[in-house]
Ligand binder design. Structure first.
Ligand SMILES: [Zn+2]
Length: 314
């Protein structure tokens, strides 16, 4: 992310008392030496480490977080708390709690493993809307993890505006992990026949078909709304990934009527099959197949000109 890169350069510059231009020059030189195999942010971290700069005692903004950081301190507002889960895996049992925190620059999932931290959630000592201070956390793929050595407490800091939009990070399919917003560039290698179903026009849940119409478990007899879903297989050269597109997104690309018409569907399909696209969405675990699946929120054909421009820039 360019935003986090700029902040990182600033931090290195002020901590090491080196002009920003010089910091950037060193970063670029390091990247060139490594044949551009690492990101600008990655190179910045190496330069920081070489200059003896640690981010240990400073409070970081969420957009500055990068995978693999240790002793991370963050102050952020809790925007969502998921139910505490119990697990019993490989002879280890315990609880885990997930929350989403945000500041002005971005948002991140926080994973709690320590029972003392989890009890703060269970006892509602920490609720959505509270600002919390995290010390000694570590980062993994877009998440902040807190162990028994980490600290979690409520903060009196006020955070007014928070960035709640998902951060979509560009990933390859072989590096995906569960529950994250990702951007993938890949080729559509397979498209299945769309499936249609009816939902309640009031709550959007599935309806039951009866002799004289449809009924919703909650709303009784209703006039249903028709919805569709389409499964695609994406291949980015590292692996293949099953994806699903739901009605809202699907209807931006075509109409449900066209999807139902076999001839029109063939035209739609042949336009996309074998095409390189950018997709944005959330990675989820498909419980039925026990594999990762991408729920697509945005699909765009990869524009060759834009791609070349981007490659040249990097
Ligand atoms: Zn309903």
């Amino acid at each position: 992310m360019p935003e986090s890169y700029a902040l990182l350069v600033e931090r290195i510059s002020s901590s090491a008392k080196i002009p920003k231009e010089e910091v950037e020059r060193r970063i670029e030189a390091r990247r060139a030496k490594l044949s551009g195999l690492i990101s600008k942010e990655g190179a910045a971290q190496i330069i920081a480490a070489e200059l003896g700069i640690t981010f240990d005692s400073v409070s970081l903004r969420i957009s500055e977080l990068m995978p693999g950081m240790k002793k991370v301190n963050v102050t952020a507002k809790v925007i969502n708390i998921f139910p505490v889960r119990s697990f019993d895996k490989n002879g280890r049992s315990g609880k885990v709690a997930n929350l989403i925190v945000a500041d002005e620059t971005g948002n991140s999932k926080v994973v709690l493993w320590d029972t003392n931290h989890i009890s703060l959630i269970e006892n509602k000592d920490v609720k959505a809307g509270d600002v919390i201070e995290i010390r000694n956390g570590s980062t993994r793929e877009g998440e902040i993890h807190l162990s028994g050595f980490s600290e979690l407490k409520k903060s009196s800091v006020q955070i007014q505006t928070v960035k709640t939009e998902t951060n979509f990070s560009e990933k390859t399919i072989d590096s995906l992990s569960e529950n994250g917003g990702v951007l993938i560039r890949g080729t559509i290698v397979q498209m299945f026949t769309p499936r249609f179903f009816s939902v309640c026009s009031q709550c959007g849940k599935k309806v039951n078909q009866e002799v004289d119409g449809f009924s919703c478990n909650e709303h009784g007899k209703v006039v249903p709304k028709e919805r569709a879903l389409l499964n695609l297989i994406l291949d980015d050269g590292t692996e293949t990934l099953r994806t699903v597109i739901f009605s809202d997104q699907l209807e931006k690309m075509t109409s449900l009527d066209k999807l139902k018409d076999p001839v029109q569907f063939e035209i739609f399909k042949s336009d996309l099959l074998g095409t390189e696209v950018y997709v944005k969405g959330m990675v989820r675990k498909n419980q039925l197949f026990n594999n990762l699946e991408l729920s697509i929120q945005d699909l765009e054909k990869a524009d060759p000109d834009k791609l070349i421009e981007k490659l040249e820039k990097n």
